[in-house]
Design a protein around this ligand. Sequence first.
Ligand code: ZN
Ligand code: ZN
Length: 269
Amino acid sequence: MTIFLVDSHCHLDFPDFETERPALVERAKAAGVGLMVTISTYVTKVERLTAITDQFAEVYSSIGTHPHNAAAEPEASVAELVALSRAEKCVAIGEAGLDYHYDKAPRDVQARVFRNHIAAARETQLPLVIHARDADEDMRRILEEESGKGAFPFLLHCFSSGRDLARTGLDLGGTLSFSGILTFKTSQTIRDVAAAAPLDRILVETDAPYLAPPPHRGKRNEPAYVRQTAQVLADVRGVDLTAIAEATSDNFFRLFSKVPDPRRAASAA
Ligand SMILES: [Zn+2]
Ligand SMILES: [Zn+2]
């Protein structure tokens, strides 16, 4: 039985993968992972992503400044983000957001840069990939304020926040994306959120090279391993892997509306 999974969030431009991207994409496809989005962390390094998306038909990209880098690179204006998002294989804005765990940039700078990304997502209607860590209260407040100014599509990537932020995100029309964290023993709250979320609002991702699920935990992660996370998501929802693959891929193509769905091309052939 063939399945089609999407790794909605990985970092293929990181040096971890420098020498073996073709093999990694092949291993992903062999595991049923037919599409990947390599996520931007520096607007100024966009050409690293373009080089990869030019090389692999199955890989798409985003444009944005990670909250860790919010003070390290010049602040991208809304107009710049919108212009860069017009590239053919750029299909999302971000990742952007708030990270109070590491606090690598001042919080007011993180918030300002994040709001620029929200405005770009609102204008383009491309999905905003949100990074939120240990910042639940401010994240909820900003999402509510900004949604009040006009809707924008978004997802909470690598969901590891509390139930209240999950509820706010879902109430505002957002999607929750689950990474290898879902599979860790200590993650019962996240599994509870994943079990209760509407079936049409969930995605899977690796966030590779980070957060490898068992049996690879502690080692480098890669897109093929999104299958382990999808299996755990299927288990917590009491369905089989095929059903989760179909639902999460349907959700991906609905949210990342710029990406053509290769499953349709296959069934039409
Ligand atoms: Zn992130
Ligand atoms: Zn990431």
